[in-house]
Design a protein around this ligand. Structure first.
Ligand code: NAP
Length: 312
């Protein structure tokens, strides 16, 4: 039985792991990907994490991971399939089952499973995934040297992807459903200044067309249909919370985010939520890392409280 099971090894989970080591709390980090460090590893450049200006996302993830490793954090690789609330003579605990048939028990759970990339859900998207449709510009961008690409979305990810692609591709279209961008202003300025990037605003992608691989996107812009020849489509239309495993245990909001305050406290007293999966306004690496620390502190308090009750 662990004091704390930390689910997820992104910045939130790794930060919780660091704090657990320092608090001498027995903790196990369960991660889906071997030596993972979360979605940040797919960002080419991070400019807004204090003290790491201009850091590559992958190397940032490696540093986070190394920090937890050096303090002795324990990891197990596996996909969580269920979380079950149980009790014994010492009180409530949670059993976490994995896809390899193993399960682990913990008095508390820090849930830091983040979000999953949203799909466009248009014809051709599934068919051409891996054949010109990609959800990771850092992973696949270099394949589009001197080619024409489209990025779907108007947030930080979409514009960050366009910035990266502009270094390889001959032409990058940013296709966005509104005429206002959601991305931060500094990034907007950078991308707008690029000669090979063109914004197509107020436009919806209705189909991704091709033969064996992507050849064009079909869009509707101001009631007019158009086809734009492209070699690749990068989908960057946001994410949905990976909260499915908690739906019968804790309160979720209408969009599926785990309702939790900045201390990570959810509606279930032994379960804490950290990072992008919880309700919050600013989903960034820096807020995820801070969530991990807060959650571990809350778990420590909770464990202390339960022990106090026991010794009375
Ligand atoms: P986001 O901010 O939610 O933006 C998603 C974009 O996709 C929006 O422009 C949205 O349009 C559009 N969209 C959503 N659903 C769509 C659909 N079905 N069809 C077409 N377009 C759709 O997501 P994100 O850019 O992935 O960013 C997520 C979070 O991570 C944000 O908090 C962001 O600041 C953060 N982030 C930070 C960094 C960094 O700091 N380096 C890098 C990347 C991301 P509307 O605008 O019309 O809603």
């Amino acid at each position: 039985m662990y004091d704390c099971l930390i689910l997820g090894s992104g910045p939130a989970g790794l930060s919780a792991a660091v704090y657990a080591q320092r608090a001498r709390i027995s903790a196990l980090v369960i991660e889906k990907v071997y030596r993972g460090a979360g979605q940040i590893t797919e960002s080419e450049r991070v400019d807004n994490y204090l003290g790491m200006y201009g850091e590559n996302g992958y190397s940032m993830g490696v540093k986070f991971r190394k920090h937890a490793d050096e303090l002795g954090a324990e990891f197990y690789e596996g996909k969580v399939t269920a979380i079950t609330k149980k009790s014994d003579e010492n009180g409530i605990y949670y059993s976490v089952s994995l896809d390899d048939g193993k399960s682990f028990e913990g008095r508390t759970v820090i849930y830091a499973l983040g979000t999953e990339r949203r799909k466009l859900n248009v014809k051709g998207e599934a068919e051409y995934t891996g054949k010109g449709v990609s959800y990771c510009a850092v992973c696949d961008g270099a394949f589009y040297r001197k080619k024409t690409t489209a990025v779907a979305g108007g947030g930080d990810t979409a514009l960050g992807d366009a910035l990266l692609l502009s270094k390889f591709a001959q032409k990058v279209y940013i296709i966005h459903r509104r005429n206002e961008l959601r991305a931060n202003k500094a990034l907007q300025e950078k991308v707008k200044a690029l000669p090979n990037v063109e914004f197509i605003l107020n436009a919806d992608i209705t189909e991704i067309k091709g033969e064996k691989k992507v050849a064009a996107v079909k869009i509707i812009q101001e009631n007019r249909e158009k086809e734009i020849p492209v070699d690749g489509v990068f989908v960057a239309v946001g994410s949905t919370p990976s909260s499915e495993l908690l739906k019968d245990l804790v309160e979720l909001d209408n969009n599926g985010y785990v309702v939790a305050d900045e201390n990570g406290k959810t509606s279930e007293s032994g379960i804490f939520a950290a990072g992008d999966v919880r309700t919050k306004k600013l989903r960034q690496v820096i807020t995820a890392a801070s969530d991990g620390a807060n959650c571990l502190f809350s778990a420590e308090e909770y464990l202390g409280l339960t022990r106090q009750v026991k010794f009375k």
